[in-house]
Design a protein around this ligand. Structure first.
Ligand code: GLU
Length: 365
């Protein structure tokens, strides 16, 4: 009599257990509360007083809202740690300014690109245009300390032949100096000495001692002009070298700041640059400000944002992005979330939500 009842109870309990197991399995593959690894990199991720915003954050908030997923953000100090969090299943996915590379694609899975970006160079100073126009170069050379020093030496040197020539010429009846008095006589002699130094003499001494001095002085003039020209050329070259990062090929041997574990660090090393690795990109900006590095190489959207805001007038972006990269959302291998995120991302492109968020952070103001 009890047998059918026991059987029924057994069947019910098996069904309950089975459904619980199914629920648990579903919960494991598709959690509704996600841990999302990110890192602060304005304007992709902006962290202000503990609250996160920025392009990537708003994009993810919209995706997760549409997928009815809750998010807890976990902020990593650099991209390498961010990837470690995703690798070690400490995060369900990562979103910031993560470049899709072959090495990362081999280890992780990426969403469709969330943005096209690339690497760019930033140097300190108000800009190349303000730094090295030929007119500015010439003027700064003319009024430089070097020129002043050479002028001083010339003025002192002139005194010697001028006095000798004045002494002998003033007594010569058809001499170069029309007066016997020191003033204005010495001015005639000084003018002649200055002219001869620059190899432009318009008169010659008549006394034989004056003529010997004139010949020696002309030789001195040739040597003086040659030395001065060499010095000017050297100064100009140094000036040009000093402001000389005009593209990626100029990075070899230069101290370049960028973030630890970034694609930029790899590329700068390949180009022969001396990489100074920092964690927060702000430290790279500070190093450039202090001139402890000669350039910052980093993601173009991040650099352009800094140059247009905080760094305005203090930094210059050199050329256009020299290495194209796309940003993606990174998932561990086999994540069942990726497909749903991709579908939502494409829908957001189609219905204009993506563009709205993009314009908010990147439209020219
Ligand atoms: N796009 C860079 C990368 O993925 C970002 C580096 C960083 O977050 O510091 O390597």
């Amino acid at each position: 009599m009890w047998k059918p009842l026991t059987r029924l109870l057994a069947t019910i309990s098996i069904m309950v257990l089975a459904s619980m197991a199914v629920c648990q399995a579903t919960a494991q593959t598709a959690p509704t509360e996600l841990r999302v690894a990110t890192r602060v990199l304005p304007p992709m991720v902006v962290g202000q007083q503990g609250a996160l915003s920025g392009f990537s954050i708003e994009l993810w908030n919209e995706i997760s809202q549409r997928l009815q997923l809750k998010t807890t953000y976990q902020v990593a100090p650099d991209v390498a740690s961010l990837l470690t969090m995703v690798r070690g299943a400490n995060a369900n996915l990562g979103i910031a300014a993560i470049s899709i590379t072959s090495a990362r694609e081999a280890e992780f899975e990426f969403s469709h690109p969330i943005m096209n970006a690339g690497l760019q160079i930033m140097v300190s100073g108000a800009g190349k245009s303000g730094e090295s126009s030929p007119l500015k170069d010439v003027l700064s050379l003319l009024f430089s300390w070097t020129s002043l020093a050479w002028l001083g030496i010339a003025a002192l040197l002139i005194l010697v032949p001028a006095h000798i020539v004045w002494w002998y010429e003033r007594n010569h009846e058809s001499g170069m100096i029309p007066t016997r008095d020191y003033i204005p006589g010495i001015f005639y002699a000084l003018y002649w000495a200055a002219g001869t130094l620059a190899t432009q003499a318009d008169s010659a001494p008549k006394h034989w001692i004056g003529r010997i001095v004139a010949v020696l002085w002309m030789f001195t003039g040739v040597v003086f002009v040659a030395l001065y020209t060499a010095q000017l050329a050297a100064t100009l070259t140094v000036q040009q070298i000093a402001s000389g990062i005009n593209g990626p090929d100029d990075l070899a041997g230069k101290r370049v700041a960028t973030t630890r574990g970034s694609t930029a660090a790899t590329v700068v090393r390949q180009l022969g640059g001396q990489v100074v690795e920092v964690r927060a990109i702000d430290e790279a900006y500070a190093a450039l400000g202090r001139k402890t590095v000669e350039a910052v190489v980093f993601d173009s959207p991040v650099l352009l944002y800094y140059a247009a805001n905080e760094g305005k007038g203090r930094v210059t972006i050199v050329g256009s992005p020299f290495r194209k990269e796309d940003y993606g959302i990174v998932f561990p291998r086999g994540s069942e979330l990726r497909n749903r995120v991709n579908v939502t991302l494409l829908r957001m492109r189609e219905d204009g939500a993506y563009q709205r968020i993009y314009d908010k952070w990147f439209a020219a103001k």
